[in-house]
Design a protein around this ligand. Structure first.
Ligand code: SF4
Length: 203
């Protein structure tokens, strides 16, 4: 039988379980920081996440169905969130001329201001990462990208806009390294993107 990563006798002898338990602690920190930020503006964590997403993504991604996939939620739940944000004067709906049931979600000036402020909620997590050696940062990024790719392949997380899942991505000619066929250039580890505006899902 598989041992739990949280079984301390097992965990203390397994570096893999210690890494999993550490990731879980970091996830807890994200939740706690987001919760603090949400409370300050009398919003829920998902409302803050949606505002931040709207601030940084283009109009074709600012739709209910895209947001539902992005946050692994039903369209009904996201529609309720959008309704509340509209009620609080933080977003406006821009209806399409050709189909009046479909709309793009835009931030109002007040919504933009709150999104800008709350999007700094990760700063305490950023601080120790800043202090890592550049090689350690690259190794950490590559390891995290591998974990995310696996979670995406197994259907645990849905939308991904990272290089390794992009139709324009190929390993460089030597089999090591990375190449972007849209930008027509090799990508160093530092250049690999986790959320690329030009990303095209592999078929
Ligand atoms: S288009 Fe963006 S995601 Fe795709 S390979 Fe190029 S840089 Fe990476």
């Amino acid at each position: 039988m598989n041992k739990s990563d949280f079984d301390l006798t097992h965990q203390n002898q397994s570096i893999e379980s210690k890494i999993v338990a550490s990731l879980e602690r970091v996830a807890q920190a994200f939740r706690a920081l987001l919760w603090q930020e949400s409370k300050e503006f009398s919003l829920s964590p998902i409302q803050v996440q949606v505002l931040i997403f709207l601030l940084h993504h283009s109009s074709e991604k600012r739709k209910v169905s895209y947001l539902a996939d992005e946050f692994n939620m039903t369209k009904a739940t996201i529609s309720d969130t959008i309704k509340t944000l509209e009620h609080k004067d933080l977003i406006v709906k821009e209806y399409e001329l050709s189909d009046t049931r479909s709309y793009t979600i835009n931030l109002t000036p007040k919504g933009k201001e709150i999104a800008n402020k709350t999007s700094l909620f990760t700063q305490e997590i950023h601080t120790p990462i800043d202090q890592l050696h550049p090689d350690d940062k690259e190794n950490l990024l590559l390891s995290l990208l591998d974990i995310i790719r696996h979670l995406n392949k197994t259907g645990i997380i849905t939308i991904q806009r990272m290089c390794m899942t992009c139709a324009y991505y190929s390993p460089s000619k030597q089999g090591q390294g990375h190449f972007c066929n849209l930008l027509h250039q090799p990508l160093r580890t530092n250049d690999l993107r986790i959320d690329c505006p030009e990303h095209e899902m592999q078929k």
